[in-house]
Design a protein around this ligand. Sequence first.
Ligand code: UT7
Length: 354
Amino acid sequence: MTATICGTGSYIPSYTMDNHDIAGLVETSDEWIRERTGVVRRHIARDETTVSMAAEAARRALADAGTAPEEVDLILVSTISSNVVLPCAACEVQKELGAVNATCFDLSAACTGFVLAYNTAFAYLTSGVYRTALVIGSESLSNLTNWKDRGTCILFGDGAGAAVLRADAAKEPDDESEAGMAEELPGVGRKNYLPVTHSDGGKGAALTCKSRHDFNSLNGGSRQASNETMLDDTHYMQMDGQAVFKFAVKKVPEVIGEALVLNRMKPDEISYYILHQANKRIVEAVAKRLGEPMEKFPMNLQEYGNTSSASIPILLDEMNRDGRLKPGQKLVMAGFGAGLTWGAAIVEWRGCSG
Ligand code: UT7
């Protein structure tokens, strides 16, 4: 049994804040932000919530895959910024979509979340537990951002991306006649690539956010946080930017290398490296360390900033829709962030039976 991404979708809030807007809030400049991060603007949820963006991205992915909501067996939402603690965002998305047959749960692993959610769905599908999964990354990071902290507020943005994964019947051709049909039969002749993932809880202090808000306007739009964290601002994201930067430029090329070795692949077999969109300099450093050309490292962080677990599926959806992705291409998705967590998954692009 193998599994394939059959459709993608994304939702981006229309309201934007550019670097000049940020420079009106904290002591920074457009030049500094562009040069040190690559970010030019970010989209901010105003009428949207993490759930509404996730549901819209999911609708678009289902339409792209030609899949009805009732066909979905599993909905996984990766988020650190869900509207409420309970119910989970995935159940709320299920309700919005009418995906009545799905089992739903959330996954919290910050900027590595989408890769881990993809791996989780992949494992369920390839082991035969489920047949169709919706994997979503959705974030309203603007609600967790301290707009007085220039070390973080320059970076983050809001949005959602989604992918539909479907199990395909066969992994290896069983006989010569089937081997001959490998191109026509989805799943036949395809390989199940194994991911590589790591965590280091000992370094968790590098990126923290100590309590949840209640973003739900049912509470009059008020943001709830404990008195203690309200006083010292630790209910917002706090980051040792340099520590996270150094971790990323070392660990991301390492984990991609591990995934290639594990799957007996060479870098030149990979068409694109779809990295979590955190900082242009991180992407460039990873490309350099892998010895791969920048053309293989698509970026859209200039438009959206860092959208945590939404960044990889948003980029994937853009590339799917503008025709950059072609059947049979091998892609690497690599995430890294709070926890600390990091990981890489190899994806063979599309081969669904329809
Ligand atoms: O999603 C995964 C998690 N996050 C990340 O991957 C983020 C990783 N880290 C980064 O992207 C970068 O560390 C930042 C963009 C956050 C910061 O860039 P940096 O090049 O590491 O800056 P820095 O903290 O080393 O600061 C360099 C200088 C300092 O001034 P001095 O001491 O050299 O005079 C800072 O005070 O830049 C100053 N600075 C700023 N200046 C203007 C720091 N932030 C700003 C700012 N605007 N926003």
